[in-house]
Design a protein around this ligand. Structure first.
Ligand code: ADP
Ligand code: MG
Ligand code: MG
Length: 254
């Protein structure tokens, strides 16, 4: 079953075209990795999918479960079952994390016509989830992301994902400073949450995350297009040979 279908997506920011015809099809049960050098358009792609107001789609379409994702407001995309880590605010001083998580959870539950949870019920629920993800519940009482370390932000992102149970999760691993513990948190969370009914798109500059998460497909983005798609072995080859190798390999193949 196709969850995400992106066709000939073009997008501009500040009048310059960054995405120049992205095509990608993601089916349920699949994990996709999008790799590429800095500046190739990976984060632009994720921001366009999130509905960031600075990015204008000039051509192409994005279908999420056969509906026009681009026609939905950013918050509607989340409610429809798309999880984009960065669409959540980075810091909200004064709002406790458990309040924030409950609001996010209940908003989605309401949209789905499912039961909302009061603070006590939610507290039990979230602690149970955290236990299964082997997370320390300490940061539930802190202000949202205020003073969170890189690793804690990652944990919280994975926890949000676990609570919201999205059909499609798109994680842009922009933080190159993640230590090995944070990588493991992301990886084990993702591996635990991936199932046959959902799909995951992981955007990463670094191959090392893919030592822990085994993707079904690896795509390489360059200059606003996906220039190559292959299996998990592509990530290893890129690590060994670098991105330039793609061009020399093309030449060799004629
Ligand atoms: P990646 O995530 O692959 O490193 P980005 O999507 O962040 O790439 O950037 C792709 C290109 O778009 C870069 O050349 C970058 O300078 C440009 N770009 C991204 N955001 C903006 C912006 N807000 N204004 C102008 N140019 C931008
Ligand atoms: Mg970048
Ligand atoms: Mg980026």
């Amino acid at each position: 079953k196709v969850i995400l279908e992106v066709r000939d997506l073009h997008a501009t920011v500040n009048g310059s075209e960054i995405l120049k015809g992205v095509n990608i099809t993601v089916k349920s049960g699949e994990i996709h990795a999008i790799m590429g050098l800095n500046g190739s358009g990976k984060s632009t792609f994720s921001k366009v999918l999130a509905g960031h107001p600075s990015y204008e789609v000039t051509r192409g379409e994005v279908l999420f479960e056969n509906q026009d994702l681009l026609a939905l407001a950013p918050e509607e995309r989340a409610r429809a079952g798309v999880f984009l880590a960065f669409q959540y605010p980075v810091e909200i001083p004064g709002v406790a994390n458990n309040q924030f998580l409950r609001l996010a959870y209940n908003t989605v539950q309401e949209q789905r016509g499912e039961e909302e949870l009061d603070p006590l019920e939610f507290d039990d629920f979230v602690r149970e989830k955290m236990k299964s993800l082997k997370m320390n519940p300490d940061f539930l009482d802190r202000s949202v992301n205020e003073g969170f370390s890189g690793g804690e932000k990652k944990r919280n992102e994975i926890l949000q994902m676990a609570l919201l149970e999205p059909r499609l999760a798109l994680l842009d691993e922009t933080d190159s400073g993640l230590d090995i513990d944070a990588l493991r948190v992301v990886a084990s969370g993702v591996n635990q949450l991936a199932n046959k009914d959902n799909a995951l798109v992981l955007i990463t500059h670094y191959q090392r995350l893919l030592d822990y998460i085994v993707p079904d497909f690896v795509h390489v983005m360059e200059a606003g297009r996906i220039i190559k798609t292959s299996g998990k072995e592509l990530a290893k080859a890129l690590e060994t040979h670098g991105y330039d190798w793609l061009h020399s390999a093309e030449q060799t193949a004629g």
